[in-house]
Design a protein around this ligand. Structure first.
Ligand code: PMP
Length: 367
């Protein structure tokens, strides 16, 4: 990819690098040569490769943030929430059926879902597109991403039928992106450190699962797939979640005494302010979604959402917004990837400062 191009194409969460650099050694851990030798972590847990310290910090952080109910839930760890999405499909697909189960999500949906669902041509499950147009009979799986990638809106199930299983992808249900209205109380929710703390490269996600049989089948999937999940990564993730939880409990007033979520909230707020200002000066070439403020139980006040992606629309007459922006050296992902119109593009709000500034500069030069 040319250096000249702006790289807010993917959702790489490098924006948080600065914070973690300033935090310094607090998250440093030592892994010795004789650590992590066994495949096994906790034989008492359904998820036998789950590191107890990681599970402890997951539960602790959810309690502090108030974004998910953990009581009566089994934690299943995965190599990113991506692996857990596949594990959830495996676990929720009927075992004995001769037909693959339909998998739907309301458009615009996360662009990886269709290919992740179908790339192995599984006999178990099959992508069936936009949940809004789903009329087939029989069982189905609905994916609900809230707040949504790409458009940032809070979402609920939209298929109005019985017999459906739900997977809630809550990768962005954290206080820097959206007001925390209540603890998620779902049968199956997916979370990831990739978007909560920005540590996408350590590849750790977790599922909170109500039904022990579903947790068992998800665990079986990960066992068949990778015989567990890197202990080194789980131990690192546990330390990072611990430092985030500590920062919430001990927050002060200076920039780096603030909790991680206060710090990241203010950064997102600033970026959205700058983007809205730039878009408002575009003379109607571009527009952005409008969000309603809501009470955030974590911050204890009414706040605006600041999603991880901007769902930018080009005015009528510009049919292909992605190509139009590419012509101005701005790389984005076009609406078609998300089951939507090509007059939309998705822009990542989580890139490094320099890249984000360059994006604003190039966007503001379009008249
Ligand atoms: N779900 C959504 C909605 C995402 O946006 C992403 C990352 N782009 C993922 C899941 C994948 O996360 P992970 O890095 O944990 O595999």
């Amino acid at each position: 990819m040319s250096f000249l191009f702006f790289l807010c194409y993917s959702g790489d969460p490098t924006m948080y690098e600065n914070y973690w650099e300033k935090i310094g050694e607090k998250t440093t851990i030592v892994i010795r040569g004789w650590d992590s030798m066994s495949y096994f972590s906790d034989l008492k847990s359904i998820c036998w490769f789950l590191e107890p310290e990681f599970a402890k910090q997951v539960v602790r952080l959810h309690k502090i943030v108030g974004n998910a109910e953990t009581q009566g839930r089994h934690v299943v760890v995965g190599t990113g929430s991506s692996q857990l999405y596949l594990a959830a499909l495996f676990a929720l697909s009927p075992k004995e059926s001769t037909q693959p189960i339909h998998v739907v999500s309301a458009a615009p949906y996360y662009s990886s879902y269709p290919s992740m669902t179908d790339y192995q041509k599984s006999g178990l499950h099959k992508w069936a597109g936009d949940a809004n147009n789903f009329t087939e009979m029989g069982p189905y799986i609905e994916l609900i991403t809230s707040p949504n990638n790409p458009d940032g809106f809070v979402r609920h199930s939209c298929v109005n039928k019985t017999g459906g299983a739900m997977i809630y992808d809550l990768a962005y249900y954290w206080p820097q992106y959206t007001p925390i209205s209540s603890p998620a109380d779902n049968d199956l929710s997916l979370f990831t450190v990739s978007k909560s703390t920005g540590h996408a490269g350590i590849r750790i996600g977790w599922a909170l699962v109500k039904d022990p049989e579903v947790a068992r089948r998800m665990t079986k999937f990960v066992e068949l797939n990778t015989i567990g999940v890197s202990k080194d990564s789980q131990i690192r993730a546990a330390k990072i979640l611990e430092v985030v939880a500590d920062s919430c409990e001990q927050s002060g007033s200076s920039d780096f005494e603030q909790s991680f979520f206060e710090f990241s909230y203010h950064l997102m707020e600033k970026r959205w302010q700058q983007l809205r200002e730039t878009v408002s000066k575009s003379g109607g070439i571009f527009s952005l979604p409008q969000f309603s403020p809501a009470f955030c139980h974590f911050h204890s006040k009414v706040l605006q959402p600041h999603p991880a992606f901007a769902w930018l629309r080009c005015k009528d007459g510009i049919e292909d917004c992605e190509s139009f922006l590419k012509g101005h050296k701005i790389l984005t992902r076009g609406g078609r990837h998300f089951g939507a119109s090509s007059s939309y593009v998705r822009v990542s709000m989580l890139d490094r400062d320099d890249t984000y500034k360059m994006f604003l500069k190039r966007l503001s030069s379009i008249r």
